[in-house]
Design a protein. Structure first.
Length: 352
């Protein structure tokens, strides 16, 4: 038996309250339809800034009109989930240190969907999306009032900063929408653009992913170009630099509250410690240590490539045995980066 909706409280308010009850930190509602940023997104792809991410070009028609992915859908419930901007920076980007956010957020959005059907007393067509379909989530989030597009391309919320995930539940239901976030509160600040070690921003709010450390350590499948390896420093998976320096994060980012996002034991320690542990993994230990982790996206070969690169930049003579062993890695990609790293360390020894 369903609980009747209290006449004094709107369904939209109840939806948001339920979203907060499920652990989300932000919630808003937007209407579906033509997306404002679709031309910019298509142009970004045409300029080659997506690199090897060919999947981003698929589903162009659905990206252009958010009513198309789910027949009959007219509204989007958009949520945000904080992943701990107050956590210390490190060689693994904050978002990837714990369990996979796709699974956590999708499960909760599906719970919200079930609740909504029970509250409405009918079946409601809908689907949850968390970085998994042709949906311009940032566009919908701005439309739902959750924030503005920062110059570093992240969505920034004035109370939370940008260290949060975005999830969307498309539903076949007409809902009263929130006011879109129209203001640009970046002002004249360019700290994010200036701090990028690889000069990955072609202009404010335009990221050339092929130069971005997150892309190079996650999405790029082959060798990291030699001219870009040194710029990566001790980073192994992802990069938070352009968020770390943002004044909105410095002031408003929050502590990590979601236990599922707390760092796994394998990611404890500094860059050298983590890199050595990764290079010691075979396929079986990689799978067991990183089961349910977003870091699995890079696969063992990619993560070991990154670990070797990091040691080439921040390693000491104590790391030479680890890299020497990696020369015999079954993946040529790993052995090639290990050889580069050894040469880097030895050149530093010679120069000292």
């Amino acid at each position: 038996m369903t609980t009747p909706i209290a006449e004094s409280v709107s369904l939209e308010s109840l939806i948001k309250a339920q979203a907060y009850g499920l652990g989300f930190d932000l919630a808003g509602i937007a209407s579906l339809g033509p997306m404002i940023t679709h031309d910019a997104f298509d142009g970004w792809i045409d300029r080659g800034y997506a690199g090897e991410m060919d999947y981003l070009a698929r589903g162009a028609a659905k990206r252009r009109d958010s009513r198309l992915p789910i027949a009959g859908a007219t509204s989007a419930i958009v949520v945000g989930l904080n992943y701990g901007g107050r956590e210390p920076s490190g060689p693994i980007a904050r978002y990837a240190r714990g369990d996979d956010y796709h699974d956590i957020m999708t499960g909760r959005l599906e719970e919200l969907h079930v609740w909504l059907e029970a509250e409405a007393g009918r079946t409601i067509s809908g689907k949850a999306y968390v970085d998994t379909g042709p949906i311009l989530e940032r566009d919908l989030a701005r439309r739902a009032g959750l924030g503005w597009f920062g110059k570093n391309t992240n969505l920034i919320n004035p109370q939370l900063g940008s260290f949060f995930f975005i999830g969307v539940l498309l539903v076949e239901m007409d809902l009263a929408v929130d006011e879109p976030f129209e203001a640009d509160r970046c002002g004249s600040c360019t700290r994010c653009l200036d701090a990028c070690p690889t000069d990955a921003f072609a202009e404010p709010r335009v990221l050339d992913a092929t130069k971005c450390i997150s892309y190079l350590t996650i999405e790029a499948k082959g060798a990291i170009p030699p001219e870009q390896r040194e710029e990566i420093g001790g980073l192994i998976y992802g990069c938070d630099i352009c968020q770390d320096v943002c004044p909105w994060n410095v002031r408003f980012s929050e502590d990590l509250r979601e236990d599922a996002f707390r760092p796994r034991e394998v990611f404890g320690g500094d860059a050298r410690t983590i890199a050595r542990e990764i290079l010691a993994m075979d396929d079986e230990s990689f799978r067991s240590n990183l089961k349910g982790s977003p870091v699995k996206r890079a696969k063992r070969r990619g993560l070991a490539r990154n670990a070797a690169t990091a040691l080439g930049n921040v390693g000491t003579p104590d790391d030479i045995p680890t890299l020497a062993a990696a020369l015999d890695d079954p993946e040529p990609l790993v052995s090639e980066h290990a050889a580069w790293a050894l040469e880097r360390i030895r050149s530093r020894i010679t120069a000292s």
